[in-house]
Write a protein that binds this ligand. Structure first.
Ligand code: TTP
Ligand code: MN
Ligand code: MN
Ligand code: MN
Length: 371
């Protein structure tokens, strides 16, 4: 059967940072399947195929058209034999049997369930699975299991935290944080980052950068915010990590995924009455509030652009920015800095645009970074 290839198809880069990816995904049937494969390879700690399916999903997400036949993909990067075999199954039968087998597998289902708890990673999930545990009630009834504070909160607020956060809820939280930081210091800077900055309608948490225009004054800012939220009675959980950032130690040997800025991983209590839009209250929540996961990161102002770029995601976009910098520019990029290995110097930036320019990349808007 003939399948017309879309005409005038521009070359698609192998790097997500050279593609524009909105939240509109025209190839969800394929990318959903790939994401299951990413998960199982992650659970099995098999890095190569995991990365391959991540890249393949990301390429398909960037397309302004839906793949209709395998011929459509022949100019696309990052699609290997295995990837194409899965796509062929889906094109032919509407589903992938390989993916369906994984989805119906007990170990996959159990690890997926366990890792859906805040504070439970693949290692812990695997350990519990190997002990024969299959459900939350079995975990909670097992006297030999010591849950850490994060996991206790994870189970306590499971229903709320596993429910998506809406944009209206994210904006309500911004108001709460904004009020708190400005009560502490008038020169506070607050930015909504993460998925909501990329224009997503829903997220698993809400991410903010908080700092002060005056350098050094951001020190102690997070503890003061935490103190304020505690007094307001809305802090349900807090994991605060003090800054380990040392500018004199840049560039760090491995430009890292995790940064050294002060940060906190929170669970906050959000009242229905604080959420605009009316829609939420119409749901008729009996309690009148919900728990929400919130991340705050607090870089010094001269690191702001790097932190903003790093925390805006998507994770795949970030991975490819770093890979592009390293492979194509001989530069090192992380959440703190950009280092030119040829010139042996740091490249300064006050905006994200400065960083893209240093990298010789066209500027990609946040809502085009949903790679
Ligand atoms: P997430 O909040 O995990 O993801 P997200 O906001 O893109 O999607 P979701 O709607 O599901 O919440 O992370 C946001 C970005 O922050 C991501 O690009 C990775 C980055 N990040 C760091 O750079 N350092 C960190 O320590 C953490 C926790 C995240
Ligand atoms: Mn997020
Ligand atoms: Mn987050
Ligand atoms: Mn509610």
């Amino acid at each position: 059967e003939k399948c017309p290839t879309p005409t005038a198809v521009a070359t698609v880069s192998q790097y997500a940072c050279q593609r524009r990816t909105t939240t509109e995904n025209n190839n969800k049937i394929f990318t959903d399947a790939f994401e299951v494969l990413v998960e199982i390879y992650e659970f099995n700690e098999i890095e190569g195929p995991c990365l391959a399916f991540r890249r393949a999903a990301s390429v398909l997400k960037s397309l302004p058209w839906a793949v209709q036949c395998l011929g459509d993909t022949h100019n696309l990067p990052c699609l290997g034999e295995h990837t194409k075999a899965i796509m062929e199954e889906i094109l032919q039968y509407g589903r992938s049997f390989e993916v369906e087998k994984i989805l119906s597998d007990e170990r996959y289902q159990t690890l997926k369930l366990f890792t859906s708890v805040f504070g439970v990673g693949p290692k812990t999930a695997e350990k519990w699975y190997r002990r024969g545990l299959r459900s939350f009630s079995e975990i909670l009834a097992d006297r030999s299991i010591r849950l850490n504070r994060m996991q206790q909160s994870g189970f306590q607020h499971y229903g709320d935290i596993s429910r998506a956060v809406s944009k209206a809820e994210a904006l309500a939280l911004r108001n709460i944080i904004d009020e708190a930081v400005h009560a502490i210091t008038p020169d506070a800077v607050l930015a909504l980052t993460g998925g909501f900055r990329r224009g997503k309608e829903f997220g698993h948490d809400v991410d903010f950068i908080v700092t002060t225009t005056e350098m050094g004054k951001e020190e102690g800012l997070l503890p003061r915010i935490i103190d304020k939220l505690t007094k307001e009675g809305i802090l349900l959980y807090c994991d605060y990590q003090a800054s380990t950032f040392d500018i004199s130690k840049l560039p760090s040997r491995r430009f890292e995924a995790m940064d050294h800025f002060a940060k906190c991983f929170l669970i906050l209590r959000l009242e229905d009455s604080q959420v605009g839009g009316g829609l939420h209250i119409a749901e008729g929540d009996i309690r009148g509030w919900r728990a929400v996961r919130v991340d705050l990161v607090s870089p010094p102002m001269d690191r702001y652009a790097f932190a903003l770029l790093g925390w805006s995601g998507s994770r795949q976009f970030e991975r490819d920015l770093r890979r592009f910098a390293r492979m194509e520019r001989h530069m090192l990029l992380d959440n703190h800095a950009l280092y030119d290995k040829t010139k042996k110097e740091f490249l300064a930036a006050t905006t994200e645009k400065d960083i893209f320019a240093h990298l010789g990349l066209e500027y990609i808007e946040p809502w085009q970074r949903n790679a």
